[in-house]
Write a protein that binds this ligand. Structure first.
Ligand code: ZN
Length: 437
């Protein structure tokens, strides 16, 4: 009789054999793992291999493919499933090809190995943000096709580069291109975020970042002297006023009256002042210039004109020798002056269809949210086109941009089913929705 040790070794080798065999299989999970292994992380994303992988996948299910390079080396990949009535506005499902970097030594499994643990966790940078949806779109169409489903409206899938660094060479250029206009897009689904609970999260708007720099000038003077209109004193008055505004906004959140993403956040990010010396700063001199930088985030319904007035009159008034610059990293109103957000009530048929389609899979949607930061969706919403941010991940900790980002295989597979329902419902909508764009 073999010794217990030999038996153990025998069993271990069988497990290893089965495991490596499973990895070689061609399943939705292994295809997801393959896509996760492409190094599309910043600062040097390599899009070529990832794009040819996706093209192969798309061709295997007879989707037409097109690659557009608005900037050399930064491809936008467009897949199309033609509807039986291509005159109707189409649907677009978007994801980004790139991911943020990963500090490999802080991960329990290497971030680009897409290791799958025994309990089904797939560890990889991009597992949640947002390579999951990129593969789920394809897998769900594959399943719909295998069931003989054919769409009424044309369905497009786009894979765009550079989202994680602002989308300037990706979606920003694509959204205003003639190629995009020709798609005649009526409704868009873009990435969302994981939900630790059992309700799917859905996003109807982004916050718009503003970079604010306020500068004060004043008469320099001896450190010992008390006098009015010094640069530091002028700046500090503004810093106090801004902090008070910040508190009033934060109070709404603390009182439970608003979500973090529903108020204007204003956070100091740097202070610059002082007269340099060889050992640090000259301590007996009050400087003639002082500067502070702020990160502001405005929810869609914020009034940008009122905030600008506040900045000009209170935070950096010329009567206190102050100047300012605002770098607006997006728009708060579209070309018709409308608030840039997607309506999530039954007046919007796209919303109702989307909601019912998720519910048809046994899922429930949480109260729609505004995203704390911003995604590529803002470029499409500012065209007047409706966009919902949605990544079907429930019972999953939010690990976007974090170490040890993972997604469970069962959650990934359920997501495919959810998209089957969502895509088939949306592309079967034969009603007219008069949207002015
Ligand atoms: Zn993302």
């Amino acid at each position: 009789m073999a010794s217990p040790l030999l038996w153990t070794l025998f069993l271990i080798s069988i497990i290893f054999f089965l495991k490596s065999h499973a990895e070689q299989e061609d399943t939705p999970i292994t295809r997801f793992q393959q896509y996760l292994r492409f190094r599309t992380d910043h600062p040097n994303p390599n899009y070529t291999a990832a794009v040819s992988f996706l093209i192969n996948q798309a061709q295997s299910i007879n989707l037409s493919t097109r690659t557009i390079e608005f900037v050399p080396g930064k491809p936008v990949l467009l897949l199309t499933w033609l509807g039986s009535n291509p005159k109707l506005p189409s649907l677009l499902f978007n994801s980004h090809l790139d991911s943020v970097p990963a500090e490999a030594d802080k991960w329990i499994h290497p971030p680009f190995s897409a290791h799958r643990t025994d309990d089904g966790r797939i560890y990889a940078r991009g597992a949640q943000d947002d390579k999951c949806i990129g593969v789920q779109y394809l897998e769900s169409i594959k399943n719909l096709k295998s069931r003989g489903f054919s769409p009424l409206r044309t369905v497009h899938i786009s894979y765009v580069p550079e989202e994680e660094i602002g989308g300037f060479d990706g979606m920003e250029k694509f959204a205003v291109s003639s190629e995009f206009a020709e798609l005649n897009v009526g409704f868009v689904v873009d990435e969302g975020q994981a939900s630790p609970g059992d309700e799917y999260r859905v996003f109807y708007g982004d916050r718009t970042p503003w970079e604010l720099v306020i500068r004060a000038e004043g008469i320099p003077g001896h450190g010992a002297k008390l006098y009015d209109d010094g640069a530091m004193e002028n700046l500090m008055k503004s810093v106090e006023l801004i902090s008070r505004f910040r508190e009033t906004q934060f109070d709404f959140v603390k009182a439970g009256k608003a979500a973090n993403s529903e108020v204007i956040s204003v956070n100091p990010v740097y202070l610059k002042a002082g007269t340099a010396s060889n050992t640090g700063f000259v301590m007996n001199m009050q400087p003639s210039e002082a500067e502070a930088g702020y990160d502001l985030r405005l929810p869609p319904m914020a009034d940008p004109y009122a905030l600008k007035k506040r900045i000009a009159e209170e935070w950096a008034p010329s009567i206190r020798n102050m100047t300012y610059t605002i770098k607006e990293k997006g728009k708060l109103r579209d070309h018709l002056g409308r608030v840039i957000m997607t309506s999530t009530d039954d007046s919007n048929p796209w919303w109702s269809i989307f909601k019912k389609a998720v519910e048809a899979t046994g899922g429930k949607l949480a109260k729609p949210e505004i995203l704390l930061s911003s995604t590529d969706a803002r470029y499409i919403r500012s065209l007047g086109i409706q966009v919902l941010g949605f990544s079907p991940m429930i019972n999953t900790p939010v690990l976007v941009h974090d170490h040890n980002e993972f997604l469970k295989d069962t959650v990934f597979m359920k997501g495919i089913e959810v998209y089957e329902s969502v895509i088939s419902a949306l592309c079967s909508f034969d009603g007219v929705y008069d949207q002015v764009i």
